[in-house]
Design a protein around this ligand. Structure first.
Ligand code: ADP
Ligand SMILES: N[C@@H](CCOP(=O)(O)O)C(=O)O
Length: 293
């Protein structure tokens, strides 16, 4: 059985804890019944021996498996990870969603995507990463009465994402601590209006509006101060022709959207200017979490 879940870029500027989009980079796990428990890791995290012992996937999988099953089978877990850890590309959401989906699938229990999303909410209480991780596409999401309410929009193939991934990780938990405790009414109105405009721009495919609509006063500047070079990345990406360029989740990755015709040139310019960062183009994912039995 194989489960795959895409990377996600959350916030998208002003949509703090609300907006997110799925990328065509994924974490996959192949699970096989086996005499003994064993773990193999390829790709991101494979040089981290701790992930072979007691990683977040195994502990969430076990929580669900032990609730769903009376049997005590052992499994071999083979992980193929493309989502870098603690870079603002939703690695924790990918792990949470894939662990829950795997426990249900291994027991042959059908798990509708909306239920998967609401189960994931217990592990990550902001819905901006888990929603696109489960559903794919661009999503606007909120939590009401312990349920995720969301609207999804498929992304067209003629738009591409360009990601700039620094070497340095930023933990989401720590990064949230750098944010102000309170915001002024002016800042609240600023973000509310920009986030609403950004959502409307996605829904109506008014891509030229993204540059203005993606401006934010809630979180980016506080977080980017930890790595001031990110201000340069944003400036360079917009100058090179990106439609929008925002901190991805809590960072450290920078996420830009561009027309396919411009993406190669923007990628090249960013690579030249920031040779010490990983820069590449990726498509958007419109499917989300996938289980192949
Ligand atoms: N492939 C993985 N396997 C196991 N645990 C992972 C994996 N990827 C991420 N994690 C867990 O998620 C944490 C990173 O979460 P977080 O700081 O929210 O970063 P991100 O921005 O990538 O979601 C890691 O410290 C680790 O506990
Ligand atoms: N809204 C959250 C998003 C965190 O995304 P991640 O990919 O960094 O986990 C936040 O801004 O803290």
């Amino acid at each position: 059985m194989r489960v795959s879940v895409p990377a996600t870029s959350a916030n998208m500027g002003p949509g703090f804890d609300t907006l997110g989009i799925a990328l065509k980079m994924k974490n996959q796990v192949v699970i096989k019944p086996s005499k003994f428990h064993s773990v193999s890791l390829k790709g991101e995290g494979s040089n981290n021996p701790a992930l072979k012992d007691n990683n977040m996937f195994i502990s969430i999988f076990n929580d669900f498996y032990h609730n769903l099953s009376t049997k005590r089978r052992n499994f071999r877990f083979e992980f193929f990870n493309e989502v870098p850890m603690s870079r603002g590309l939703g690695s924790s959401s990918a792990v949470i969603v894939s662990a829950i989906a795997s426990a249900y699938a291994i027991e042959g229990i059908d798990l509708p995507k909306k239920k998967l999303l609401n189960l994931a909410l217990a592990y990550e209480n902001h819905p901006d990463n888990i929603t696109p991780a489960v559903m794919g596409g661009f999503n606007v999401a909120t939590v009401q009465d312990n349920e995720v309410k969301f609207i999804k929009k498929d992304m067209p193939k003629y738009l591409k994402a360009i990601v700039v991934i620094p070497n340095r990780p930023i933990s989401t938990h720590m990064s949230r601590k750098t944010l102000p405790y309170k915001y002024s009414k002016d800042d609240a109105v600023y973000n509310l209006s920009h986030s609403s405009l950004l959502t409307a721009a996605f829904m109506t495919e008014n891509w030229e509006m993204l540059r203005v609509a993606s401006l934010d006063k809630f979180h980016q500047k506080y977080r980017m101060k930890q790595m001031p070079e990110l201000f340069e990345v944003q400036k360079a990406s917009l100058k090179a022709g990106s439609l929008m360029s925002t901190l991805s989740g809590s960072g450290s990755t920078f996420f830009s959207i561009a027309h396919a015709d411009d993406a190669k040139r923007i990628e090249k310019e960013l690579r030249v200017k920031f040779p010490h960062f990983r820069v590449f183009i990726t498509d958007f994912d419109n499917y989300g979490a996938r289980v192949d039995k």
